[in-house]
Design a protein around this ligand. Structure first.
Ligand SMILES: [Zn+2]
Length: 194
């Protein structure tokens, strides 16, 4: 039985040998001058770009659990800033989705699962004693529209984000690919402080 990694590497050898990369040729600058922050949900791997009309080379695609910006100085915000100033992104779309794993995620259950997998409970006590709020760090959201509004607001109000970059907020249906508009970045008043 071949390992997952061996399968990936075998496929890759064939992929390159058959020059199957040729249809994807492009450069590092997004042709649609767009940066997308989306959820890492596996159902969106192909569905999200297809549903948004994006092909290889069209957009900077940043993914994490829940399409969230959890910290104004974390890696997601840094990626968006770099996309805008160095990689010609002129608009940003935050795309969360219905039925997201980060909706009502239970930090306690995750920490329990970590202990079940052999992470020492004392390690967690030490982290908490050092001031790391593990439950806060692992939290998700209760309402996906509120979450999109909140993340759009963090990006919009970031001190290094130029005010003329529209930041849109959308929710995608992970089955049909249908997009629901939550924040129209062209209308600043739509960007609530939720
Ligand atoms: Zn998700």
């Amino acid at each position: 039985m071949k390992s997952l990694l061996a399968n990936v590497l075998d496929h890759n050898r064939d992929f390159v040998a058959r020059r199957e990369y040729e249809p994807f040729a492009t450069d590092k600058f997004p042709d649609k001058n767009l940066a997308v922050l989306a959820c890492m949900d596996a159902r969106l791997v192909e569905l999200l770009p297809k549903a948004m009309g994006l092909k290889n080379g069209d957009a900077k695609l940043i993914k994490n659990a829940g399409a969230l910006v959890t910290h104004p100085w974390g890696s997601v915000m840094r990626s968006l800033i770099v996309a805008v100033y160095a990689l010609r992104a002129e608009e940003i779309c935050v795309v969360a989705h219905e039925d997201c794993g980060m909706n009502s995620i239970d930090p306690g259950a995750i920490l329990q699962a970590a202990q079940d997998r052999g992470i020492n409970g004392k390690t967690m006590d030490t982290l908490r004693a050092a001031g790391i709020d593990l439950d806060h760090w692992l939290r998700g959201f209760d309402n996906v529209a509120d979450s999109v509004n909140y993340t759009v607001g963090i990006i919009r109000q970031h001190p290094l984000m130029p005010p003329d970059v529209p930041v849109h907020g959308l929710i995608i249906n992970p089955h049909t690919g249908q997009l629901k508009l939550v924040v129209d970045g062209y209308s600043p008043q739509a960007t609530g402080d939720a």
